[in-house]
Design a protein around this ligand. Structure first.
Ligand code: MN
Length: 486
């Protein structure tokens, strides 16, 4: 471990490249299915993905629309003119011999992402973002002398988002990664399922004691916010350690060993690749009209910041707001409840629906977001919230009703009725039970009359028991005091 004193002498500089898988039905340039999740190897491949001679790519319009939405989610607009280039390199999982990407004229330039870290706003500028085709996947079975190639992912549309080197700590790196994830999900650009690698982060880290940037390393293919933070932290420590020993940093590509929680050298970048970029003659430029861009803007869903503003105004603290926002489905429901029924009702619903966001693994494995965003769902949530406010349901009972309500779509009244959960707020009925309880427990009743208010809890408990949990406890307390004349 490097001491705090030494660490303070260094400026940490981090830039992040993020590959986001665009949620199209088919691939970027072919009609093959884009959902490679459970498919057998090489089953989602056609002549274009194989790179057969004479096969011509046709741009998937949906990918352009999703990238345009991403532009708005990144605080800018899509470029009216962009085009595709060939990036040449040779690898078995790249049958064309080049990757089709946007090198000279990317679809997004000069964006900006602001998020909150420890209560302070942090802005990271976006240098550019470009559309490109993914490569296939190579596997190297242990103990064999061959490699396997699966081209199911070859041609999957990606948006590569390149940040400026505006990030200055591992915690900021994690915050930025999470913010990108949220924005891509809210903008409905990507399923952003981290477990399936829908978003992968490459983290460039350097340290320096002077105003000149240090040599940087790039740790590739991180697929969780936590690994982004840990890999950055590991590189900061490793690089400062080397420099303090008088050694130099080798500019290189590194991998992340999740089991060992460390980075490892993959290949040196001393002699940087010559990719021989050139415009792809098979693809015409992408030209977007003002009208097209305006239509995309008009169809943009609300982004996390809009919800942050709304939920803060509801009186939720910053941490709770982030917990609600972690699930776009939940945030949308709470937002609709707020619009229809106001802050108190929405606040109660928010606490029912939030999922704690600190557990990074949950995000990584999350498959099912809260679903069914219908008007009836909102109506039911409002009704349920009102039932609690009116003491018709205890908060424990409300949770039970909520679970089955979200599953079945039935009304909370019907569910509470069927499950026999309605609280009795009928004064007469509870007064009878109270009278019986006081008669059966003269000692506790006497204690309460003598000012020992602890005993009243016991009496309320007895009332709850005799009413099979359905008495409204506040009303029971009131009636006990009334009957004891205090
Ligand atoms: Mn890339």
């Amino acid at each position: 471990m490097i001491s705090e004193d030494i660490r303070r002498q260094y400026t940490v500089t981090i830039g992040i490249e993020c590959h986001v898988q665009l949620k199209t039905k088919t691939k970027l340039f072919s009609g093959a299915d884009n959902d490679a999740r459970e498919a057998a190897p090489n089953t989602l491949v056609n002549h274009i993905d194989f790179g057969l001679p004479g096969a011509l790519p046709v741009l998937n319009e949906k990918a352009v629309e999703l990238a345009s939405r991403a532009a708005f989610a990144l605080g800018t607009e899509p470029q009216r003119f962009s085009k595709f280039d060939r990036k040449h390199y040779f690898y078995p999982d790249l049958p064309l011999g080049y990757q089709i990407t946007q090198f000279y004229d990317p679809i997004i330039k000069d964006g900006e992402v602001t998020f909150t870290l420890d209560g302070e706003p942090k802005t990271v500028r976006i240098h550019e973002a470009h559309i490109e085709a993914d490569a296939g996947k190579s596997t190297h079975p242990v103990g064999t002398d061959y490699s396997l190639v699966d081209l199911n992912r070859a041609g999957t549309p990606l948006l590569e988002i390149v940040s400026e080197a505006d990030i200055h700590s591992p915690a900021e790196a994690k915050g930025y990664a999470r913010e990108l994830y949220l924005r891509m999900r809210y903008a409905d650009v990507s399923d952003a399922n981290l477990y399936y690698g829908n978003m992968r982060f490459d983290v460039n880290v350097s340290v320096s004691k002077t105003s000149e940037l240090g040599k940087r390393t790039e740790t590739k293919n991180l697929n969780s916010f936590r690994s982004v933070e840990r890999a950055a932290e590991y590189e900061v420590e490793r690089q400062i350690g080397l420099l303090e020993q008088g050694e130099r940093i080798v500019q290189e590509t590194r991998g992340w060993d999740d089991a060992g929680q460390k980075t490892f050298s993959q290949r040196s970048k001393e002699d940087s690749y010559e990719y021989r970029y050139m415009p792809d003659p098979d693809l015409p430029p992408v030209v977007l009209s003002d009208e097209y861009v305006a239509d995309v803007a008009a169809a943009m869903p609300e982004l996390p910041d809009a919800y942050r503003t709304k939920f803060s105004a509801m009186g939720l603290d910053a941490k709770t707001v982030e917990d609600v926002i972690a699930d776009p489905g939940a945030a949308k429901l709470v937002g609709m409840v707020y619009d229809d029924a106001g802050p108190d009702t929405a606040k109660r619903v928010a606490f029912w629906l939030l999922r704690p966001q600190e557990d990074d693994e949950t995000a990584a494995h999350e498959v099912e977001p809260t679903e069914v965003n219908t008007a009836s769902q909102v109506k039911n949530l409002i009704a349920l919230s009102h039932m609690v406010a009116e003491n018709k349901l205890s908060s424990t009972a409300a949770k039970e009703v909520l679970d089955s309500m979200l599953k079945t779509g039935e009304s909370p009244e019907a569910i509470a009725e069927t499950k026999n959960l309605l609280q009795v707020s009928d004064e007469g009925a509870i007064a009878e039970i109270v009278a019986a309880v006081l008669a059966e427990n003269p000692k506790a009743a006497g204690d309460v009359q003598n000012g020992e208010m602890k005993a009243i809890g016991f009496l309320v408990g007895q009332v709850m028991k005799q009413s099979q949990g359905k008495a409204n406890p506040a009303l029971a307390t009131k009636l006990i005091k009334k009957q004891l004349g205090i």
